[in-house]
Design a protein around this ligand. Structure first.
Ligand code: ZN
Length: 365
């Protein structure tokens, strides 16, 4: 049986890297077994179009649409081309990939202005539906930055999401192989930081990439993500790497529920699954540092879709999680009207009338 009426994965990487030559140039030379080396090499390597494997999996698991995201050395241009070639299957978010790559190669330092200009030009084409993966930051930096500095870096990108009426994405959660730090994306370790932006931008839908669970077993960052989502109508949780019990927690909360959960895995990322027989969760995504990098295309959908369909709840709720909420946020074309049950008017993006947004104005205003 198909998992739902209209299945959308909102977190997909349709590009892949051949990092062998970049790894061999590293000093000391990398044997390719370390995730840290992979993260560095991917940022410096041009990615290639991996859509044949993605389309195979979409057919296999009957996933109707994917929201394509760039990350590391991926390009907005390849994603845009894929959207043009398959308008019924793909939409894409964009971020400042060129600015980031120039900084990584030491060609030009990363600046907010350069990143804003790049994204502004991409969004002006009307071909992108959001900013992400995550909110831009300086991936070449090795300087610890504070909450205040980071939120000031993020605000101009939220202004841009407001200007173009698109979704702003924020990265939350860690996966253990890549050493996520307070240099870049520090909010990924502190989802609670987002609460200020959620209140300041009530008319901008904010999607927390991974909903605090990029991988691993700890629920600490999921709890922080829940806190922000429960207290702000404009904050949504991406859930593709939640196991069934995490869905139950979100569903039991009357301030979260099925209307704020958005299915999205990390299809295309190098995040394998670990099985711990007889424990809960019995399997979960995590990078195991001692085992090195997976060489194959990891299969996230078999596991992730089963976690959702194990929920013994009404299918109109499952359909919201698997596609209806994504269709609303990313303005997706769906095959028919009235496919999804209506949601609270508080959860309809207030693009055209920020004053009606239910978080209200900033207290300082
Ligand atoms: Zn990702």
């Amino acid at each position: 049986m198909k998992a739902g009426r209209f299945v959308v994965d909102t977190h997909v990487h349709a590009q892949r890297h051949a990092v062998g030559s970049q790894l061999s140039k590293m000093s000391p030379r990398s044997d390719g077994s370390r995730y840290n080396d992979l993260a560095q090499a991917m940022r410096l390597t041009q990615a290639y179009d991996n859509s044949p494997r993605l389309l195979y999996d979409m057919d296999c698991y009957r996933v109707d649409m994917c929201v394509l995201l760039p990350a590391f050395g991926m390009t907005n241009e390849i994603n845009m081309q894929l959207v043009e070639n398959h308008p019924d299957k793909f939409v894409a978010c964009c971020t400042a990939m060129k600015t980031s790559q120039k900084a990584m190669r030491g060609e030009e330092p990363w600046t907010i202005e350069a990143a804003l200009k790049e994204i502004d030009e991409l969004l002006a084409t009307g071909k992108f539906v959001g900013i992400g993966e995550g909110t831009p930051g300086d991936s070449s930096s090795r300087k610890t930055i504070s909450m205040e500095t980071r939120l000031d870096q993020m605000r101009p990108f939220f202004d841009l999401a407001r200007k173009y009426k698109v979704v702003a994405r924020v990265h939350t959660g860690i996966v253990m192989g890549y050493p996520l730090t307070h240099h870049y994306w520090p909010e990924t370790l502190h989802p609670l930081w987002i609460t200020d932006l959620a209140v300041e931008y009530p008319d901008v839908p904010i999607l927390l990439d991974h909903g605090g669970m990029q991988g691993w077993w700890s629920e600490r960052m999921v709890e922080e993500a829940f806190t922000v989502a429960a207290a702000n109508d404009n904050v949504y949780l991406e859930t593709g790497y939640y196991w069934t019990e995490l869905y139950w927690k979100a569903l039991r909360d009357p301030n979260i529920g099925p209307e704020k959960l958005v299915f999205g895995t990390d299809w295309g990322a190098s995040i394998p699954f670990h099985t711990q027989y007889g424990q809960t969760p019995q399997a979960y995504p995590v990078q195991i540092r001692s085992q090195g990098l997976p060489q194959h295309q990891v299969d996230p959908w078999g596991w992730a879709l089963r976690q959702v369909t194990a929920l013994d709840i009404g299918y109109d709720d499952i359909n919201l999680i698997l596609g209806g909420n994504a269709a609303r946020l990313f303005k997706l074309k769906v095959p028919h009207s009235r496919m999804f049950r209506p949601v609270s008017p508080r959860l309809v993006p207030q693009w055209d009338n920020p004053k009606n947004a239910t978080n209200g104005p900033r207290t300082s205003e």
